[in-house]
Design a protein around this ligand. Structure first.
Ligand code: ADP
Length: 158
């Protein structure tokens, strides 16, 4: 059986923490589909097309990584893309509390779909998209937190 994992997230922006989960996930799965959630009720800070481009650029030499956009239930989208696993990262107990509930609901929605968690690499645990956005908003250097060139990251204009 081909092991395909769906890695959903807002990725606003995609960070070194996310890249680490994908890279380590590739040791476990045959293919990883990164799903950028386009939840219309949540206003994005970075333009989704830019995030799409930087993720594709970061994995341009890895044909086993694909990038899609979605605005639907994660379990349904994972099924639609033929994924048999959901991949998520765990940084701390706050992530755990949240992910625990979500994974149980997802399994009720789709009993065959297993959620697999990778514990974050310790040096990347403090990184969150929220903090990176905040640093960027006030003009701090975020190049140490993202796996691509800063110049490629253009803030959403509206
Ligand atoms: P969401 O809005 O769905 O929480 P995020 O883009 O914030 O999406 O995160 C997507 C996934 O990546 C989540 O499973 C989150 O726990 C994980 N993640 C975020 N930052 C890190 C990090 N620094 N190390 C490992 N996993 C992370």
């Amino acid at each position: 059986m081909k092991r395909t994992a769906f890695f959903p997230g807002s990725f606003d922006p995609f960070t070194k923490g996310h890249a680490d989960i994908v890279e380590r996930g590739l040791r476990v799965f045959d293919e990883i589909i990164i799903g950028i959630g386009t939840n219309t009720t949540k206003k994005r800070y970075f333009d989704i097309e830019v995030i799409d481009a930087v993720i594709k650029g970061a994995f341009k030499d890895e044909p086993r990584v694909k990038v899609v956009h979605y605005d639907d239930l994660t379990a349904k989208v994972a099924d639609d893309f033929g994924a048999n696993f959901i991949l998520r990262g765990l940084r701390n107990t706050t992530d755990f509390e949240y992910e625990n509930t979500i994974s149980q609901v997802n399994r009720q929605l789709s009993p065959e779909l297993e959620t697999v968690f990778l514990i974050t690499s310790p040096e990347l645990a403090p990184i969150s998209s929220t903090i990176v956005r905040e640093l960027h908003k006030y003009g701090a250097d975020i190049s140490g937190y993202i796996p691509y060139n800063m110049e490629k990251l253009i803030q959403k204009q509206d």
